[in-house]
Design a protein. Structure first.
Length: 256
């Protein structure tokens, strides 16, 4: 499993590195007076990520309850910042000034000031948060222990809404226009699509009954496809024997 985790981290880092630089989020009012936020590209929760301005790599350290900041050019470690218990994923704000961290063990979200390399605050959320993404105005959190996705105000930490989804939500990805939120579910190959404007579930899709360990999801820069690093196993084998038919896969979902 350690090798598999390393493969996933490398894959996600490569996907993030291929993203074009993000612009500042553009906030507009739609005809129905709801706030509409346009991002410079899709955003995903990840255990390791490159900042939108391409200057930093940040990784979570679950065993030491911290995150590490690395300079992209020199590869020097700039800081290790304490956060909550058992951090799992993180997400940058579009301006690269702040990173949000999901603390699985302490049921909080850490808000990190990257200029000062310090944790500003922790916001309480639901049980066992796993994925977190942000559009610079809100933070979206998958709550593994509740089977929900919550949305909080990034400035105040106020809980705005909580959306019921399938069990064990983990990975999150927000589309470049901020309209669709994709959610993976750890023990299945299913993905939930949430309409961010109405905070409702638009539908679900499956990548196969024999896929699981769906921890992450990444949307292509053009927004047409989503990539799911998972495992595929022989779920019909009920004997207590070593099964070599367990292997990593990357499933692709057409979003066009």
């Amino acid at each position: 499993m350690a090798r598999f985790a390393l493969i996933l981290s490398g894959l996600l880092l490569a996907v993030c590195a291929c993203q074009p630089p993000f612009d500042e989020p553009r906030i507009q009012l739609t005809p129905d007076s709801k706030t509409h936020i346009s991002l410079g590209g899709p955003v995903s929760s990840s255990a390791v990520a490159v900042s939108p301005d391409g200057r930093l790599v940040v990784a979570v350290n679950p065993d030491s309850d911290s995150i590490t900041l690395v300079d992209v050019i020199t590869l020097a470690v700039l800081a290790e910042i304490p956060v909550g218990d058992n951090p799992r994923t993180l997400s940058f704000t579009p301006d690269s000034k702040t990173v949000m961290v999901a603390n699985h063990g302490s049921a909080t979200i850490s808000k990190i000031d990257l200029n000062e390399a310090v944790e500003i605050t922790q916001y309480p959320v639901g049980s066992m948060p796993y994925g977190v993404v942000t559009d610079g105005v809100h933070a979206f959190i998958s709550e593994f222990g509740l089977g929900t996705v919550s949305i909080i105000d990034l400035m105040t930490g106020e809980m705005l809404t909580r959306i019921p989804v399938d069990a064990f939500p983990t990975g999150l990805a927000l589309s470049w226009d901020g309209q669709r939120l994709l959610v993976t579910h750890f023990f299945t190959g299913r993905v939930t699509v949430i309409d961010q404007q109405t905070s409702t579930v638009r539908g679900t899709a499956s990548t196969g009954a024999d896929t699981n360990l769906s921890q992450f999801i990444a949307i292509a820069p053009d927004g047409t496809k989503a990539y799911f690093p998972q495992t595929r196993s022989n779920i019909t084998n009920t004997t207590l024997l070593f099964d070599t038919t367990v292997f990593p896969v990357v499933n692709v979902l057409d979003l066009a």
